[in-house]
Design a protein around this ligand. Structure first.
Ligand code: ZN
Length: 326
């Protein structure tokens, strides 16, 4: 009797390049090109895209057109369009625009929280409760309501504070859910995570809140992005944030790579037998386009250099006779 193959486990990739990536580069990508990016990512099989941030345009002029890009993304079939909202005001804009999901960032490091959000982590939790009340009062019906996600950043360490205790991260995950968040995520905002720590924290967090912990968000600041994603995958997380071309950088390390590259992560997961629904060659094509939208901006990642490993049935590219590769 032939052995049946077990069904492939699905993984969800959320493209965050239009938010996390573009907020850290100085080049302003025009609205039409952002919409082309969303279209091409959707055509490549990406089904979740964080299209921008509901912050005042004077703070992040790169993301001033978030509403316009969101309206475009909301028209694409099967696409979950999310935005980052730093506070109630941003949430009200996201609700008015009909975003599918809004991500409220919280920094588990008190020092980072005060420096970046000018609030303590518990003040952010209180803001999530107000956002939940606003969502419930807005008439968002069940089924079409805007999902509230609490994104716990600096969960693995912080440039300002150093160590961030695991117990504090776990407490804040629970507090966000208790305050009304529908789901939560864990982010290595400044590249302090390592696979052992990721494994330990995700194990504990999943044990505590189950599948309401939906996304892992890794930066490749110190080259451990994919290893960290693998550790989170092994722990049981099935959703991952990533940036096309690994853009984004790190405010504390000029020139450092940004988020783990979407194309590299999709390729790794597919090679491992997971089903992402993403066509990796189409992402590589889109990466080339991105370089034209961001002239002079360094892109990162590895896959673009060697390309995907082809199966025997696929035609090989024409050999480069100018150089031998042994
Ligand atoms: Zn990030």
């Amino acid at each position: 009797m032939p052995t049946a193959h077990p069904p492939a486990v699905s993984a969800t990739l959320r493209e965050v390049g239009l938010r996390d990536g573009l907020q850290s580069v100085t080049t302003i990508v025009g609205t039409a090109d952002k919409c082309r990016w969303v279209d091409a990512a959707h055509a490549a099989g990406v089904r979740e895209i964080e299209v921008g941030s509901m912050v005042p345009a004077r703070l992040l002029p790169q993301l001033a057109d978030t509403e316009a890009v969101l309206q475009h993304a909301l028209r694409l079939p099967g696409l979950v369009a999310s935005v980052l909202v730093p506070n109630l005001k941003g949430a009200q804009r996201a609700l008015a625009a009909g975003a599918h999901a809004m991500i409220v960032p919280l920094s588990a490091s008190h020092a980072h929280s005060l420096a970046n959000l000018r609030k303590t982590p518990d003040e952010v939790v209180a803001e999530v409760a107000r956002i939940r009340a606003a969502r419930d009062a807005s008439g968002n019906r069940a089924g079409s309501r805007t999902i509230i996600e609490g994104g716990v950043g600096t969960a693995f360490g912080c440039t300002l504070q150093g160590e961030v205790p695991e117990a504090e991260v776990l407490r804040l995950l629970q507090a966000l859910l208790d305050a009304g968040a529908d789901r939560v995520s864990l982010a290595d905002t400044v590249g302090h995570a390592d696979p052992a720590r990721v494994s330990r924290l995700f194990d504990k967090a999943l044990h505590r809140v189950g599948d309401r912990l939906r996304y892992a968000h890794f930066h490749d600041t110190r080259g451990m992005g994919l290893a960290n994603a693998y550790a989170a995958w092994q722990a049981g997380v099935r959703g991952f944030d990533a940036c096309l071309g690994g853009i984004g950088g790190c405010p504390h390390a000029p020139g450092a790579s940004g988020n783990v590259a979407t194309e590299d992560l999709a390729y790794m997961l597919e090679r491992m037998g997971a089903h992402t629904g993403v066509q990796v060659p189409a992402l590589l094509q889109l990466r080339r386009q991105l370089q034209q939208w961001l002239p002079g901006e360094p892109l990162h990642g590895s896959l673009w250099q060697a390309g995907v490993i082809r199966t025997r049935t696929e035609p090989a590219p024409a050999p480069n006779t100018a150089a031998a590769c042994l």
